[in-house]
Write a protein that binds this ligand. Structure first.
Ligand code: PMP
Length: 280
């Protein structure tokens, strides 16, 4: 395995960063989870745009151009002889002193890890996943805009931990007002009376690359998609519901908080999964 760090490749055992890197010390940095299918990086420009937007939000200057990042992503796939892969792109604040001040970190650090990755939910794509609502609420934009994909994922990790005690596959997070936000690493969709609903961009959600892809697929299939606030009652009473993410792809949900979802996977979900498989 060859890991990219600041323009050079290192063997896995040699790929190390300093304990003074503020990405490690404070979660000060940004990242992307990206996927390559058959040698092509899926949604590469969307992912690169998003990491630059996240970096701009935290006032982090990525020391490469968008084209250079794209080139480095492909070179990392090549160095690992991977055609199908999960690719993690990280830009950390870099090495500094102890203390929060990011101005003391002159050199942001760019890391790319590419690894083989199969279907995240194994055989559950045909059966659906079990979801619980986490008591941990999604961070509101007054505190931190979750549209920035930062290295601080503890909000999501706390929600994920809640799934362990009840053997659920994923946690659904609500925002501080009780509206449906997203999964710990995926966006949520509901189907009701032939129409697709998903929390709108003014919710506390990440602007998912897979979310955007699925919305376009639905439009091409002439299925109406509405973005608005959603409540748990609407999730429990959905005809079908599924989550989307780079790692999870399109995964149907069979149960939420002990309520069985009417159809899993339902016809529309299956159609979307099929179309997604074709274009990925
Ligand atoms: N929400 C969160 C919190 C995530 O971490 C992810 C994964 N990046 C998503 C949604 C899905 O986004 P994407 O489809 O771009 O992977």
């Amino acid at each position: 395995m060859k890991i990219y760090i600041d323009g050079k490749f290192y063997d896995k055992e040699e790929a190390k960063i300093s304990v003074f890197d503020h990405g490690f010390l404070y979660g000060d940095g940004v990242f992307e989870g990206i996927r390559a299918y058959n040698g092509k990086i899926f949604g590469v420009n969307d992912h690169i745009d998003r990491i630059f937007a996240s970096a701009q939000y935290i006032k982090l200057q990525i020391p490469m151009t968008k084209e250079e990042i794209k080139d480095a992503l492909y070179k990392t796939l090549e160095a690992n002889a991977l055609k199908d892969a999960y690719v993690r792109l990280v830009v950390s604040r870099g090495v500094g002193e102890l203390g929060l001040d990011p101005r003391k970190c002159p050199n942001p650090c760019v890391i790319i890890i590419a690894t083989y990755w199969d279907a995240m939910y194994g055989d559950l794509y045909g059966k659906g996943i079990k979801v619980i609502t986490a008591s941990t609420r999604r961070i509101p934009p007054q505190c931190l805009d979750v549209k920035a994909k930062t290295l601080n994922y503890l909000n999501n990790i706390l929600a994920k931990i809640e799934t362990f005690a009840v053997q659920a596959d994923e946690a659904l997070m609500l925002d501080v007002d009780g509206f449906v936000s997203e999964g710990t690493g995926d966006n949520i969709f509901v189907i009701k009376d032939g129409k697709i609903l998903t929390p709108s961009m003014d919710s506390s959600i990440l602007s998912g690359v897979t979310r955007k892809t699925v919305m376009n697929l639905a439009k091409n299939l002439n299925i109406e998609v509405a973005e608005r606030k959603l409540t748990l009652l609407e999730i429990y009473n959905a005809d079908e519901t599924f989550m989307t993410g780079t790692a999870a792809e399109v995964i149907p949900i069979r149960e939420v908080d002990g309520r069985k979802i009417k159809k899993c996977p339902g016809e529309i979900t299956m159609k979307i999964m099929e179309e997604f498989r074709k274009i990925r």
